[in-house]
Write a protein that binds this ligand. Structure first.
Ligand code: ATP
Ligand code: MG
Ligand code: MG
Length: 410
């Protein structure tokens, strides 16, 4: 493979092109001007995407699909570096463009490994990263084999296109009806001669879920933010607690070490911020660490870094993909939390904002609204960060905030 194009050695304003202009792109765009970085975006919603509203007058926002070769080339044309805020993108095109000298960080090869969750598992297994038991499911028959090997319930996962648990189905028994219902819920149809785009994982009885943001510069410098607890409801991240709670310090360190090792194992082109999701598995009262999955971009569980660390995951992502020195990843406060603002049941912005508006009166609470075009029940519309000097102080304001957020949901 040809070497990636070199960035300018003399200080100058850099332009970063981001594939996707959702909330993650928007939060990158908010950090970019301080670093004298200009940004451009490619998003199916064009000027209506959350990033466009904050990107500034020097920004170009292209409207188009994230797999569209012409549009990806158009984005790359005026940029020093191309990056992404989502993994469901045209990696074949990116690899081709890299051969032609376009600087893509993280590289198409790295995103391609990650976007296929089974290929990701295979890659990490080869590099000795501890994982839940997993197996490929090329056919409906293989589901029964997997169930007899790993037991029930069995977790079925789509290899491609998954997010917020939408590519997952929990199988409780292996009757024809349950298997058909699971495949149907995943939108997977059995076609003659074609493998199912599916794999299975053994069920993990976890004590808790932990996440670590790892940042790796295009020159190889790597640093990990602290391990945090991620509390999920209905497979959507609801609350993050930093540092991780109820996890002994040596296990927190182990999470950070495994996360850094996994990202280094992705090899050349693994640059930017990576969200690493881990399980603290519990077996006979003994706790251990398993890697769930990796995202090649800033991550929901790293939003707390905006208000709790000297350098946020978004700034560090930009620094990393531009080959600039990385910033401090330590917690700069005693404790922090993040609460996602999910669309209210009524689906209106007014109801959704009730809790976050009330949170404006709380000390050390910071509201981050994403400016999405449509509000839907359960959709991620924003988040609120809390910082405190101690866990005790944090818990008090967190319970106050969760009561306010309940107002929004009712
Ligand atoms: P994301 O939005 O994080 O990309 P995703 O759709 O890729 O999510 P996963 O992270 O694979 O889905 O799983 C979503 C959630 O389902 C996990 O955070 C965890 O709570 C639960 N889960 C996943 N795998 C297992 C497993 N093997 N055993 C038990 N629970 C699991
Ligand atoms: Mg995922
Ligand atoms: Mg996940």
């Amino acid at each position: 493979m040809s070497a990636p194009a070199k960035l300018p050695t003399e200080p100058k304003s850099l332009r970063v092109g981001c594939i996707g202009g959702g909330q993650l792109g928007r939060m990158m765009a908010l950090e970019a001007p301080r670093l004298n970085i200009q940004m451009s975006f490619l998003d199916p919603s064009g000027e209506n995407c959350p990033a466009a509203a904050v990107a500034g007058k020097t920004s170009t926002v292209l409207k188009g699909g994230l797999n569209d070769e012409n549009m990806l080339r158009e984005l790359a044309k005026s940029c020093d570096v191309v990056t992404c805020e989502i993994e469901h993108i045209g990696t074949d095109v990116l690899e081709k463009m890299e051969q032609e000298g376009v600087n893509v960080q993280p590289s198409g090869r790295v995103v391609k490994i990650i976007q296929d969750k089974f290929a990701q598992k295979e890659h990490f297994a080869k590099h000795g990263i501890p994982l839940p038991p997993y197996v490929n499911i090329p056919s409906a028959d293989a589901i029964r084999d997997a169930a007899s090997k790993f037991g029930l319930p069995l977790m079925l996962k789509s290899r491609l296109g998954a997010y917020d648990g939408r590519g997952n189905a929990v199988l409780k028994d292996t009757s024809d009806t349950s298997i058909s219902a699971a495949l149907e819920s995943l939108g997977i149809k059995s076609e003659d001669g074609k493998d199912l785009p599916l794999y299975a994982e053994g069920w993990i009885n976890f004590h808790s879920e932990v996440a670590v943001m790892v940042v790796r510069s295009s020159n190889g410098e790597t640093s990990a933010y602290p391990a945090v607890t991620a509390i999920q409801t209905d497979s959507i991240c609801r609350v993050v607690l930093a540092p991780a709670r109820g996890v002994p310090i040596e296990l927190r360190q182990k999470c950070e070490d495994i996360a850094s090792k996994a990202i280094k194992a992705l090899g050349d082109g693994a640059s930017g911020v990576f969200g690493v999701e881990l399980f603290i598995a519990e077996n006979d009262g003994k706790l251990d660490v398993l890697l769930n999955e990796v995202a090649p971009r800033p991550h929901n569980t790293g939003h707390y870094t905006q208000d709790a660390c000297a350098v946020s995951q978004f700034e560090n992502h930009l620094r990393a993909v531009c080959g600039l020195p990385l910033g401090d990843t330590n917690l700069a406060v005693g404790a922090a939390a993040m609460v996602n603002v999910l669309g209210a049941k009524s689906g209106t912005v007014e109801d959704t904002m009730k809790g976050s508006n009330a949170a404006l009166s709380m000390s050390r609470a910071t509201v981050h609204w994403y400016g999405k075009e449509g509000c839907r029940a359960g959709r991620k519309m924003g988040h609120i960060n809390l910082t405190a000097d101690s866990h005790g102080e944090l818990d008090k304001s967190l319970s106050e905030l969760l009561k306010l957020e309940d107002i929004s949901e009712s």
